[in-house]
Write a protein that binds this ligand. Structure first.
Ligand code: IVH
Length: 344
């Protein structure tokens, strides 16, 4: 094949794969089987190997990994990655709302409610529509650069084409291992006599820090995006920002809701207390955020947390357990190690 024909074929395959990805992750629609999808990827990979000068660093073949990173570089966050204040008490939530109302001089305001996903926070940097860097939260100021591993997450766009896309922007979200994937991996590991993964959260965090991105690719991580940052984005509210993220092809959990007042927030919390267990990701509470960005600026931050958002945590559930007399330890990679001999 000649270079010109290869270029065209690469472009066509890339577009096709990206479209299938988009349909799968944004619309929950599978137009081809997993095998057919893998075949398309394989064809693209072969072409890129034959014509390395045509390979794009953001090609969908990056989704299958293959890069080894011995030591992750560090990057400084342009905007600090803060944590949220949290509470388990409805009374304290009411107090939070009182402080918001007072801080805003009792003007009108609204909240956006989302579930609090139990995964690993990630910052995605886009320049000219391309994902150029993915950084973990780290200490909030500096984190690990895990771009190659993040490229294997199929719901994260590697390249966005959209009118009026800002030159540079940042998207934040939560990387997670869907419960179904977690169960599948553990069933395989059990069969192979390998140590089991402790829980989806630790597994997600361990997986993001793996050295071999082709192993990361096999774990099928996912990511819910919940924040858009940048200069002059022309956005006034969190609701608009969320809709824009959806329009640009990011995976946003459809569970978000704008609430006109704290009573509606309480209704949201109640609505999701049980329903959240049917979601693909573990959640441990609800995050409420002031919707209006100007009002957020007025309230500002304390040393560590925003005054315009808070997490309400559901009471931890006690799970029935059987004491087996075994000691477990969770390793850095999210692996559950069994230290004493036992019969599982
Ligand atoms: S917003 C300034 N929204 O919770 C607030 N965070 O304790 C920015 N998290 O580091 C965070 N689900 O890893 C936000 N829907 C959600 C979230 C969420 C989970 C995590 C996130 C963050 C931590 C804050």
């Amino acid at each position: 094949m000649e270079a010109a024909a290869a270029r065209e074929k690469i472009q066509a395959l890339t577009e096709k794969i990206e479209e299938l990805n988009h349909l799968y992750y944004q619309n929950n629609e599978s137009r081809v089987s997993d095998q057919e999808f893998d075949l398309l990827l394989k064809r693209l990979q072969q072409l890129e190997e034959a014509f390395p000068e045509l390979a794009d660093p953001n090609s969908p073949t990056q989704r299958v990994g293959g890069t080894i990173t011995k030591n992750f570089a560090q990057a400084t966050h342009q905007y600090r990655m803060l944590s949220l204040g949290n509470t388990y008490s409805p009374g304290e939530l009411q107090d939070f709302d009182g402080r918001v109302a007072k801080g805003l001089g009792h003007r009108d305001y609204a909240y956006c409610c989302e579930l609090k996903f139990d995964g690993v926070a990630i910052s995605l940097i886009y320049e000219q529509g391309r994902l150029v860097r993915a950084v973990t939260r780290g200490d909030g100021t500096q984190g690990d650069v895990v771009t190659e591993n993040v490229k294997t997450i199929r719901s994260i766009p590697l390249y966005i084409e959209h009118p009026d896309l800002p030159e540079r922007f940042e998207v934040r979200g939560e990387v997670f291992l869907p419960r179904k994937e977690f169960d599948r991996i553990n069933a395989e590991r059990q069969k192979a006599g390998e140590p089991l993964l402790a829980n989806p959260r630790n597994a997600a965090s361990g997986t993001l820090k793996m050295q071999d991105s082709s192993i990361v690719a096999k774990r099928r991580l996912d990511c819910y995006c919940y924040q858009l940052l940048g200069e002059n984005l022309g956005l006034d509210t969190h609701e608009e920002a969320t809709q824009r993220l959806e329009a640009w092809g990011f995976h946003v959990s459809p569970t978000y809701k704008k609430c006109a007042d704290i009573q509606e927030v309480f209704a949201y919390i109640e609505e999701w207390e049980e329903k959240r267990h049917s979601l693909p990701v573990d959640t441990d509470g609800v995050v409420l955020k002031l919707n209006d960005f100007t009002q957020r600026e007025e309230l500002g931050f304390t040393a560590k947390i925003p005054r315009w958002a808070i997490a309400y945590k559901y009471a931890a559930e006690s799970m029935p357990t059987r004491l087996l007399g075994i000691q477990y330890q969770v390793g850095r990679t999210g692996l559950l190690r069994r230290w004493h001999n036992s019969k599982l």
